[in-house]
Design a protein around this ligand. Sequence first.
Ligand code: FAD
Ligand code: DHB
Length: 390
Amino acid sequence: MKTQVAIIGGGPAGLLLSQLLDLEGIESVVLERRSKDYVLGRIRAGVLEAGTVRVLTEAGVGDRLAREGLPHDGFEISWFDERLRLDLTGLTGKPVTVYGQTEVTRDLYAAREARGGAVIDEAEVKRIEGIDTDAPTVVYEKDGKEHRLDCRFVAGCDGFHGPARKAIPESHRRDFTRDYPFGWLGLLSRTPPAAHELIYATHEQGLALCSMRSEEVSRYYVQVPMTEKVEDWPAERFWEELKSRLPSDVAAGLQTEGEVLEMSIAPLRSFVTEPMRHGSLFLAGDAAHIVPPTGAKGLNLAVSDVHYLHRALTRFFNEGTSEGIDSYSGTALARVWKTERFSWWMTSMLHVFPEIDDFGRRMQKAEFDRLTGSETARRDLAENYVGLPF
Ligand code: FAD
Ligand code: DHB
């Protein structure tokens, strides 16, 4: 089989790239190791930046998002007994939109199917050959058989654990990592949200986050040590822990009587690999970088990478210039590092770090006080939260 762009990974990055390339008349094949149902069942991100909404709309998958997405003009931070509302729209002119990653992926799958796009699921990429040449080959396994996909370029949209990044020789790549000594335990429930807007709540026991997917479905998180196991957290224990970390009026109104739809623990990590291109291979999304979830940037960063990459590939195939593909890594990384900084900063301010000293604690409080006391500081946070321009 032969195509112009072989895309490894059918998560949001890979599906969006194939859709945007298709709209420019460029052929691609998406290879996804999991089944479509498995990919659609993964509960992940929930907050979309205005730029992400724009790109999804340009990609032709904005209709349901416009109907069902919930625009949010602000969110709250509670610090022990103090409360602060960030007026995102007032400070930046832009809201964010609450719309689950599951829904984004569902819309992208539907759009690819409607246009006859090639998305091969249960196809696991084993290796990539010839990335230093103009004619690489992606070797994958499907139904127990090995298959070869020849192409001009490979897009590694295969997440943090995928094979694409590892195909770049270590001598040509540099990885930057920070692991945090805790994770987020998440619970999705069929209950009305605790509040109209998101609340990030810091408390002695750690961070809690109240989010949502719709007027009927809530998403909550609590910071836990990575030694915790989901099996040790029956829903009652989760609700008690959540309530203890929330402002008392929010805790009092919390509805806990609905069906629990999902619970899982995610580690917190900052990671960047440089560069995001080697020869005929490009990386986009979690394949190239991970942010801790505080600030809701993971999915949004995947979308801005894909925006830059589709533009670069379009210029190559349709205008005959390699300027875009040559500058892709630098352009994408400039935005990635600024977003890494923001996610690291919000994580550092709002979590309880097991080994922190008194000075560190005072610094966290001073960060919060700086926000309450200065519109300039709030605007800086808001600009990052609604998304840096791209
Ligand atoms: P992915 O969504 O990881 O997609 C990569 C795809 O590649 C997967 O479908 C995988 O099956 C496929 N793949 C991997 N290896 C191969 C192979 N060998 N062959 C073929 N296919 C392969 N972000 C937030 O903003 N908020 C959150 O609350 C949040 N929660 C998260 C919880 C978890 C458990 C994880 C892992 C991530 C979470 N994120 C969250 C981050 C966000 O979901 C990601 O940033 C986003 O999914 C990135 O999209 P992607 O397409 O780059 O990668
Ligand atoms: C959600 C996840 C986040 O990481 C975040 O910062 C806000 C909301 C969510 O899953 O809804």
